[in-house]
Design a protein around this ligand. Structure first.
Ligand code: NAD
Ligand code: TYD
Length: 358
């Protein structure tokens, strides 16, 4: 194992008020002398998630858009940032089908704006070797696997199928080009589906938890046999930290949970856990709430990550087993109604009615 460099002590985290970004901020904040979160606080960004950190002197949250070049340049310069970890994105496939424009704007144009600002900042500082721009991407850029296909590796050709994954693929290509053309010290991580605390209740696991708690139907798309490779968010944050400290610029790493599960199995497990942990809920068994609904257009069948490169090069592997992680997550949603209840806004209800035709 290589020695740990002292990198990321003056760090800008974009999208740090979202699900993975906020978990990463907590994971990293004790190591940083200066930590700035830049977040537009869209429907998915939540200031309350970070409220306990706002009193810390080395921490600040700037409400703003990654597409605002002047603002980004000012943050980089004033805070003498050496490391940028880029989570900010429009992140939900179903929303990308309903309205793709915001995905192109934030994920492609926004990432381009950040790259340009960071390149100028790095240039002005004399191109230091230890600056880093780490771009957080997804396994969805690789497309969809059949049942017998080998898992995605770092050399699998890109074949994105949704407006979301196409916009993430576009941003990955820009990051790659900035390394090859300008020598900007970039890194790319492509991770599989994350789960854990602070995930917005539009994604599968938090949506099902919240709907069980509200006694609402649990909408399973198509035949429920689609497979995702589930990764606990804390394992993901640990992997990002290791990549940041140890990886060579220009590298890409796949991060996954070695944990392929069918959607219907997850929904059934969530129902059973809720029956066990919240026996006072009116619908028992919660499985009675499961409702098969019309499939998502272009729904990718299976994702799976081959993580041998990060295991071999950086000695990382996921620590959580899924049963433990899922139980902990259910418990978190059970005990954090004050966090998720305010998110069920008028905008959320409209989105929900639109998507699920209810
Ligand atoms: P999220 O939707 O929970 O959070 C995204 C954050 O970005 C929010 O706080 C939002 O306010 C902010 N944001 C959106 N547009 C912005 C803009 N224009 N300027 C500044 N901030 C903006 O997303 P997440 O699940 O935490 O995902 C984080 C990153 O990880 C994304 O890049 C996503 O593509 C990637 N990813 C997520 C998963 C997953 O399972 N959640 C899997 C693979 C990759
Ligand atoms: P999601 O959490 O949206 O992540 P992604 O589409 O990026 O993988 O969905 C995970 C899986 O769950 C995916 O196969 C779609 C399915 N799904 C449902 O069956 N019902 C739902 O209401 C949602 C949100 C997702």
């Amino acid at each position: 194992m290589k020695t740990m460099a002292k990198r990321g002590q003056r760090i800008l985290v974009t999208g740090g008020a979202g699900f993975i970004g906020s978990n990463f901020v907590r994971h990293w904040c004790d190591r940083a002398d200066e930590m700035v979160v830049l977040d537009a606080l869209t429907y998915a960004g939540n200031r309350a998630t970070l409220s306990d950190l706002e009193a810390r002197e080395e921490f600040s949250l700037v409400e703003g858009d990654i597409g605002d070049a002047a603002l980004v340049a000012q943050i980089l310069e004033q805070n003498r940032i050496d490391t940028l970890v880029h989570f900010a994105a429009e992140s939900h496939v179903d929303r990308s089908i309903l309205g793709p424009a915001a995905f192109v704007q934030t994920n492609v144009v926004g990432t381009f704006t950040l790259l340009e600002a960071f390149r100028k900042h790095w240039d002005t500082a004399g191109k230091p070797d230890d600056f880093r721009f780490l771009h957080v991407s997804t396994d969805e850029v690789f497309g969809s696997l059949g049942p017998e296909d080998p898992a995605f590796s770092e050399t699998t050709p890109y074949a994105p199928n949704s407006p979301y994954s196409a916009s993430k693929a576009g941003s990955d290509h820009l990051v790659r080009a900035y390394f090859h053309t300008y020598g900007l010290p970039t890194l790319i991580t492509n991770c599989s589906n994350n789960y854990g605390p602070y995930q917005f209740p539009e994604k599968l696991i938090p949506l099902m938890c919240v709907n069980i708690l509200l006694g609402k139907p649990l909408p399973v798309y198509g035949d429920g046999q689609n497979i995702r490779d589930w990764l606990h968010v804390e394992d993901h944050c640990e992997a990002i930290a290791i990549v940041l400290q140890q990886a060579t610029p220009g590298e890409t790493y796949n991060i996954g949970g070695n944990n392929q599960v069918k959607n219907i199995e997850i929904v059934e497990s969530l129902c059973d856990l809720m029956d066990q942990l919240a026996p006072e809920l009116p619908t028992q068994p919660a499985r009675d709430l499961i409702t098969f609904v019309t499939d998502r257009p272009g729904h990718d069948r299976r994702y799976a990550m081959n993580i041998s490169k990060i295991q071999r090069d950086l000695d990382w592997q996921p620590k959580y087993d899924f049963a433990t992680g899922l139980k902990q997550t259910v418990q978190w949603y059970l005990t954090h109604r004050d966090w998720w209840q305010p998110l069920l806004s008028e905008e959320y209800q409209t989105y929900y009615r639109n998507l699920y035709s209810v």
